[in-house]
Write a protein that binds this ligand. Structure first.
Ligand code: OGA
Ligand code: NI
Length: 360
């Protein structure tokens, strides 16, 4: 893959701050992809789950919570968790420090400019297709795990506490991810360590993508992040407390998530959909922007080790539930979104149909 972007990189934040009142054509989505801001408003929310109740001494509370988690993974692919064990102060601090990073002058951020091979650093697009319609956001992407891919030298040096906080935050959210992996495994009827083992045990991967969605003068024409499903295992999202923007697809509608204070938003990624043989759903989501407030979110991707073959767990393949997907490594799988950019559920759907047609 070429190691430069197909077109000169434009920072969306600079565009936004330049005071334009009309967005460049590159950001204008075809009408069917626009957010339709004023209609189809859906007034439900993704399930909210108190994670402490999954470990309650009261067996009835425990099983009721496990059931709610199970339905959330099957029916929504998304839920919010409270009482998740991550220090709320740390959550506030890390969001603030990244806000400060994006508030730095452009020059200070440009030294971290990323390229389409590693993606690591300060970026403004996903995918390398020339002439693609772009999303209204900038981001910072970094590798946290495995340790051999971690390069704090590429993480922001300013604000000063940024690197330490990323280290601490990564550790805490990885722990939360590990707890959820056990819960998902038990709920799927696997050994408690089943999913984690499939991810490579302690060698699982973890990346952080910090999203910055600048104010947009024409929010009804574009998206902060186009519809996609997350290619990895699961995503632990720290949303902006004050600004909604994430929308989740449910029965053909877009449900705007209302962030609960101090909660994380968890979603199933394509790798868990594959491992669970589609019992758990990696659901399409997107981000809308607005003209009044910018928005910062931190997505921590909890991924399988890159070089392991991931396919449906053998316990979940039965004569009446044939394997829906072939096995593939995550390194191979993630090249798709890195080439094409966000494309709804096109990737996981495409591997599914090819495996079925091979069988027929
Ligand atoms: C992502 C993502 C949602 C958000 O980074 O994959 O879906 O609210 N982010 O920023
Ligand atoms: Ni996502």
């Amino acid at each position: 893959m070429n190691c430069i972007w197909p077109e000169p990189v434009v920072r969306v934040q600079s565009l936004s701050e330049s005071g334009i009142w009309k967005i460049p054509d590159r950001y204008v989505k075809p009408p069917s992809h626009r957010p339709s801001l004023n209609h189809n408003a859906v007034v439900s929310n993704i399930p909210v789950i108190d994670l402490a109740e999954a470990f309650s001494h009261d067996a009835a509370v425990r099983s009721e919570t496990m059931l709610r988690l199970s339905s959330a993974c099957k029916d929504w692919g998304f839920f919010q968790v409270v009482n998740h064990g991550v220090d709320v102060e740390l959550m506030r601090n890390i969001r603030e420090i990244w806000r400060e990073f994006f508030d730095l002058p452009l020059d200070s951020k440009q030294q971290y400019a990323n390229d389409p091979v590693s993606y690591e650093g300060y970026g403004s697009r996903l995918g390398v297709e020339k002439g693609a319609t772009l999303d209204w956001s900038d981001y910072f992407f970094l590798h946290y795990l495995p340790a051999k891919l971690r390069n704090p030298g590429k993480w922001p040096q300013f604000p000063e506490t940024c690197r330490d906080l990323v280290g601490e935050y990564g550790k805490e959210v990885s722990k939360l991810g590990g707890k959820l992996m056990k819960i998902f495994s038990s709920n799927l009827g696997l050994q408690e360590d089943g999913l984690q083992d499939a991810f490579g045990g302690e060698d699982f991967g973890g990346c952080l993508r910090v999203n910055f969605y600048p104010k947009c003068p024409q929010p009804d024409l574009t998206l902060g992040l186009s519809s996609h499903s997350d290619p990895g295992g699961m995503t632990i999202l720290l949303p902006d407390e004050n600004v909604a923007g994430l929308q989740v697809r449910k029965a053909g509608n877009w449900v705007t998530v209302k962030p609960v204070p101090s909660a994380f938003i968890i979603n199933i990624g394509d790798q868990i959909q594959v491992l669970s043989n589609a019992i758990y759903k990696s659901v399409e989501h997107r981000v809308i922007v607005n003209s009044a407030k910018d928005r910062v979110s931190l997505a921590f991707f909890y991924n399988p080790r890159g070089d392991l073959l991931i396919g449906p767990s053998k316990e979940l393949v039965k004569p009446d539930q044939p394997a829906l997907y072939p096995s593939m490594t995550f390194n191979e799988y993630r090249l798709f979104i890195r080439t094409k950019g966000p494309c709804g559920k096109a990737q996981v759907e495409s591997i599914k149909s090819s495996s079925i047609s091979r069988r027929n």
